[in-house]
Design a protein around this ligand. Structure first.
Ligand SMILES: [Zn+2]
Ligand SMILES: [Zn+2]
Length: 356
């Protein structure tokens, strides 16, 4: 069976006519299969949602319990029939609950990876590569300049700064879903046992992570503390908050930012990020290439990001590839690609619990 008979591109997003469902639709649809909880992939208002139990919990935390007409939890590895196709969720290693969706019909297998990464992350299951005919990937960091170092080494920079500047508050800009908890968990693994202070926008998701079994240690709301007394402490906040009046009330704050974009040092400097940490929840250039080769796919579809370079590279490897130019993805967190946009967005928007 041809892959394009199994998945086609519609204005709502990728659609499977044989199973009558969309994957990560960008507009409300009757039936959605959702890879993970970031707001560009998981939207409210669908008739029914099939996703991992953790992703369903994250959606409920962000949108309210009535985020969809009906919901069904997909167990990792379990094959579920959807009309004339078989679907299966496997770990994507991106954020808690994130999954790739394997779709099979007539002996053809497609894998929609959603967002995924290969680097170490104690807050979610590692990415599992599934051999397939067609691999559908993002390309957020699909340029050779992007190389993500070990996240543990980046967190060591924060610990070194705390030792060097015990009189300064250390702010860490990090996206509310996934990145914030990953940084916190890495700090704990490195032996950091002070309370970690969090901005109001982080609180609900940190509590949910803890409830779902990710140990973040003692987490304290900034609102419950005297900001002037937080010298030498770590405060995790949404990236825009580090440039706001909010941030200036801490003692001589160090502005940190955990993002794959921090690889571009000029951007960090330009935005006044004193402590850039190159920590990404997406694959870097080498991981994208490695993952594509490991799937053995003869065909690659690229959803969003730096499509051109990746499509070109596939061509040099004899893999047929095409960009899907999918609109609507990449408007949360790192996917934006623009540090400017991230840092300029008003924190008022994120105070409500939503990242921009
Ligand atoms: Zn994502
Ligand atoms: Zn995304």
């Amino acid at each position: 069976m041809r892959a394009t008979d199994i998945l086609t591109l519609t204005p709502q997003g990728l659609y499977c006519p044989l199973g009558d469902f969309h994957v990560d639709p960008v507009r409300p649809v009757p039936r959605a299969l959702v890879t993970h909880g970031h707001s560009d992939h998981a939207r409210a208002g669908h008739g029914a949602v099939l996703a991992t139990a953790q992703t369903l919990r994250i959606m409920a935390a962000r949108y309210g319990e009535d985020f969809a007409g009906a919901r069904q939890a997909a167990r990792l590895g379990e094959t579920i029939r959807q009309g004339d196709v078989a679907v299966r969720f496997v770990p994507a290693g991106h954020v808690l609950g994130s999954a790739q969706i394997v779709i099979e019909a007539g002996g053809t297998r497609l894998v929609v990876s959603g967002d995924y990464k290969r680097g170490y992350d104690p807050t979610c299951l590692p990415c599992e590569i599934v051999p397939c005919d067609v691999f559908i990937t993002e390309a957020t960091f699909g340029l050779p300049v992007f190389r993500h170092p070990d996240a543990r080494a980046e967190v060591d920079k924060l610990l070194a700064s705390l030792t060097l500047f015990p009189e300064r508050a250390h702010l860490v800009g990090a996206y509310a879903l996934g990145k914030a908890q990953r940084v916190m968990a890495l700090l704990r693994e490195a032996g950091y046992d002070r309370p970690i202070y969090v901005h109001g926008a982080m609180e609900k998701l940190c509590a949910l992570y803890a409830e779902l079994g990710v140990d973040l240690g003692e987490v304290v709301k900034v609102a419950a503390a005297d900001r002037a007394k937080l010298a030498g402490e770590v405060i995790v906040c949404p990236p825009p908050a580090i440039q706001e009046v909010w941030a200036r009330k801490f003692p001589d704050p160090v502005a940190g930012f955990a993002s794959g974009w921090m690889r571009v040092r000029a951007r960090a400097r330009q935005k006044g990020v004193e402590l850039p940490m190159v920590i990404s929840d997406h694959c870097d250039w080498d991981e994208l290439k490695q993952s594509i080769l490991e799937t053995g796919a003869g065909e690659v579809w690229v959803t969003h990001g730096q499509e051109d370079a990746l499509v070109h590279w596939c061509g040099t490897m004899g893999i047929s590839a095409r960009p899907l130019h999918m609109l609507g993805y990449g408007d949360e967190g790192e996917d934006t690609g623009e540090v400017t946009g991230d840092l300029a967005a008003p924190a008022a928007a994120v105070e409500s619990g939503e990242t921009p």
